[in-house]
Design a protein around this ligand. Structure first.
Ligand SMILES: *Cc1c(COP(=O)(O)O)cnc(C)c1O
Length: 369
């Protein structure tokens, strides 16, 4: 009887990562200057049809740099989806600006464009969208809202590397795209992030800020503004590059896993496997089920407990942020975020999930394990 524990989302590491890491040691380049940093950035930029990409120490740092680049500060408002990982809202708050939460579109799990339009005020300075769990936000509607008000758009694409919105990579539709390579994302660098931008001058300034704002071209330590140490190490970039070279394989495998969940769960009366919009291609970073409300149905807690006792890692959806102490404000209700949180469970989604392991997850979800 198989009893190995099935994790939610773990990296697939192999010989290529080991060989690149060994090269760092042999070449004596482990810190922020090193060829893997530039090779990782170059490949990342080319995948995103941009001349350049700037690597960062984390996805949170990438988001913070994009917010800094917009000159956000106290009194400024930024539209942020009501349900996301806390780092999205924190990046705004680090600048002193205020996240103004917007409810979600129940189909994409992204910011609802109509609710976003209603939340714009004279103090709104930017729109920060999140491609939650890898499914693209409806950017057509968000982009036109942004254009109407002259607002820049930051894409928190930390969960959406390899996802496409109408054929275009997530992170390249707005003004800035921010990515993460922490341990449970679609690829990992053992921690790290990346920024791409529409305007190369703004991206250069982001790089400058990430390097302590030290003025180049002189041996003197001259700094022209308050900068940050937000750079990626060569060790991290070595792992990141090896992983990025396998991105298509990882996304293809996750999509295969999603297709099997979708067909296996299609007939279960009390669970729904969320579907992809026809214009979207999700990387299926985290797959999920939505537990149906109603008498006689299993509760979310019951399904999570059944998964846990079968040795299967599952997580509730992110909290609606306006409910939490650091963010809570206003009387605005967020019915979609609240309902998704009440019903949503993230289920094992790793590219390395075996067919046998997925079978075990499905058996529990079917209620037959
Ligand atoms: C992972 C994540 C981040 C932060 O990335 P780190 O690299 O962990 O700092 C930000 N936003 C969202 C939505 C995320 O899922």
């Amino acid at each position: 009887m198989a009893t190995d524990r099935i994790p939610l989302s773990v990296p697939t590491l192999g010989d290529r990562e080991a060989s690149y890491l060994l090269q760092c040691v042999e070449e004596n380049w482990v810190a922020s200057k090193g060829r893997f940093v530039s090779e990782f950035e170059r490949l990342f930029a080319s995948i995103h049809s941009r001349p350049e990409a700037v690597s960062t120490s984390s996805g949170t740092a990438a988001l913070h740099l994009a917010c800094l680049e917009l000159g956000l500060g106290p009194g400024d408002e930024v539209l942020v989806p009501a349900m996301t990982f806390a780092a999205t809202a924190n990046a705004v708050m680090y600048t002193g600006a205020t996240p103004v939460f917007v409810d979600l579109d129940p189909l994409t799990f992204g910011m609802d464009p109509e609710r976003a339009a209603a939340a714009v005020t004279p103090r709104t300075r930017a729109i920060l969208v999140v491609h939650l769990y890898g499914h693209p936000t409806d950017m057509a509607a968000i982009s036109s809202l942004a254009a109407d008000h002259g607002l820049p758009v930051i894409e928190d694409a930390t969960e959406a590397l390899g996802s496409l919105h109408r054929g275009e990579p997530c992170g390249t539709i707005g003004d800035f795209g921010c990515f993460s390579f922490n341990g449970n994302k679609v690829i990992t660098a053992g921690g790290g992030g990346m920024v791409v931008a529409r305007d190369p001058a703004r991206l250069s300034h982001i790089r400058h800020l990430s390097l302590q704002s030290r003025v180049p071209g002189t041996a003197e330590y001259l700094h022209d503004e308050v900068g940050f140490n937000y750079v990626l190490s060569n060790l991290q970039a070595a792992v990141g590059l090896a992983q990025l070279e396998r991105l298509d394989e990882f996304v293809a495998r996750r999509r295969e896993i999603a297709a099997r969940y979708a067909s296996a769960l299609a007939q279960v009366p009390d669970l729904a496997f969320p579907l992809e919009a026809e214009w979207a291609r999700s990387n299926y970073w985290l797959m999920s089920v939505l537990v149906a409300p109603g008498p006689g149905k299993r509760t979310r807690e019951r399904v999570m407990a059944d998964l846990a006792s079968a040795g299967i890692e599952a997580r509730p959806f992110f909290q609606p942020l306006p409910a939490l102490a650091p963010y809570g404000k206003g009387a605005e209700p967020f019915p979609v975020a609240v309902e998704l949180h009440a019903r949503g469970i993230s289920i094992p989604s790793s590219a390395s999930l075996t067919s046998e392991q997925q079978g075990r997850v499905i058996d529990v979800l079917l209620g037959s394990a």
